[in-house]
Design a protein around this ligand. Sequence first.
Ligand code: RIB
Ligand code: CA
Length: 317
Amino acid sequence: MNRIPVIIDTDPGHDDAIALMMALASKELDIRGITIVAGNNTIENNTNNALRLLEHFGRDIKVYRGAGRPLVQIQELPEDIHGKSGMDGTSLPDLCQGKPEAINAVQFMENELKATTERIKIIAIGPLTNIATLLAAAPEVRDRIDEIVIMGGAALGGNKTPTSEFNIWQDPEAAHIVFSSGIPLTMCGLDVTYKSSLTEADVARIKAIGNKASTLTGEILDFYGHAIALRGNQGIAVHDAVAVAKILRPELFTSALYNVVIDLDGRYTRGCTVTDLDDVTKAHKNVEVVLDVDRSAFVDYMVEALTALTEEVKPHA
Ligand code: RIB
Ligand code: CA
């Protein structure tokens, strides 16, 4: 089977962790590396969270530190959602043996994209700072990127402001660089991630799997679910898991091409992914926007992936 080469750019982050577990479980993905960006917490904590998760499942996938702050926007860590560590509430050991690689995320992405014989998909589930920096530093790699599947934005609404979703809001300039790059983009925004929300019965089903992945996911959902419920959310939107599922089970989703631009100047709308649903601008349709999902099939797939995620026991050195 030809595996899909991917780089995962992430700010773990509770929902990032579930997305990463689903990616680790898949035999269809060739994960070339995991690049870290500040967002849900600091670059240090997000990097440590990724290393702890990979060690927990005995995976040797390389981790690369990226941007510690947005290009322009003031950094604002959502500690009310993800806690002081960025992944509070889990039994993951605080310390791990793993260390990030010596080169940074952008250098890794440039090297990998220049060296690969296949075009690579980027799964972007945090602010787009690393990817924008890559495109600024090495624009020639653009054609080596097969697609960027983004968890971010929303055709309608927002979760950081009434019009803006956190990943885009946290670095709108970076989002503008990516959304105007001409690279094939798929936007898994709040429109579809809220529709993918887990119910209490779904959470019980995941906890009942009874393996290491389900135990950790149960802890994540308990902490993260409580935090977002305090904001009045019905159900638990595991936003980032949708981006991974969109690549691995595209048939579960409904999407179409629209023109999307990033608002950089609005007093109330900065960071909005302005989506031309009615094609009033007749502008180039630059983004595949995902608007709907077969929710129960998505949950079935999440359960299937978490059930399949086993710990790889490394041979004794
Ligand atoms: O708005 C949801 C997004 O912001 C998710 O990627 C979550 O992890 C946070 O980064
Ligand atoms: Ca994220």
